[in-house]
Design a protein. Structure first.
Length: 212
């Protein structure tokens, strides 16, 4: 089994805690520190899950941030809410030197061009601000149909006989699925997601990640 269930009780408890509070509140540094101190041990299954839940959304965001910065000069960015991986890092406020208590992931990596950190320049000095989007490959049926893998179990995106798309989660709950560009909307679950630029992941707004 390549699943965190193979880990010891302490490790399973820690990962389940991360699930309950949401990966948005957990930093990779915290997990690494726990491993270094011997509080948890990670096998390949747990490392795969950490990559899927924490690293993959942020790597996707970094991909789009790199493209945005290559196309914009002397401009501040405002990250689209549809982008994955840009969670608030509450602990970073202890180290930040800007007039904000809500540092997000990309603000910490690109502080010089963050409209959040330079809101005064944007509001009072006319500094240009452009939206950093995470648009990518269109989510065509050929790109998304078939099995997907959440943390546990298996999920599916299927086409009905009428040609409509439906999503099936790991609990066999079914939702109609609509697609626009690389965005997906699961109306039955009241959530939306985005297909990654390489087609390997779907990042749902509820914090769940499906992978190929």
């Amino acid at each position: 089994m390549s699943d965190p269930d193979r880990l010891g009780r302490a490790t399973r408890k820690r990962l389940d805690t991360i699930d309950r509070i949401g990966v948005a509140s957990v930093s990779c540094f915290e997990v690494v520190a726990a491993v270094a101190k011997g509080r948890i041990s990670l096998d390949r299954g747990a490392l795969d899950w950490l990559h899927q839940a924490i690293a993959a959304p942020r790597l996707e965001l970094l991909h789009h941030a790199e493209r945005w910065h290559a196309q914009h000069r002397d401009t501040l960015f405002a990250v689209s809410e549809a982008c994955p991986g840009n969670q608030i890092l509450p602990w970073f406020a202890l180290y930040g030197r800007h007039d904000t208590d809500a540092y997000r992931f990309l603000d910490t990596l690109h502080p010089a061009t963050s409209s959040v950190l330079h809101w005064e320049a944007a509001a009072f000095m006319g500094a240009p601000v452009a939206t950093l989007t995470c648009d990518g490959l269109p989510a065509t049926p050929a790109a998304i149909l078939g099995p997907w893998h959440p943390r546990r179990g298996q999920t599916w995106i299927l086409a009905t006989t009428a040609g409509r798309l439906v999503a099936v989660n790991e609990w066999n709950h079914v939702s109609p699925l609509s697609v626009a560009g690389n965005s997906l909307v699961a109306e039955g679950w009241r959530t939306s997601g985005q297909l990654s630029h390489d087609g390997r992941y779907i990042f749902w707004r509820n914090g769940t990640t499906w992978r190929r």
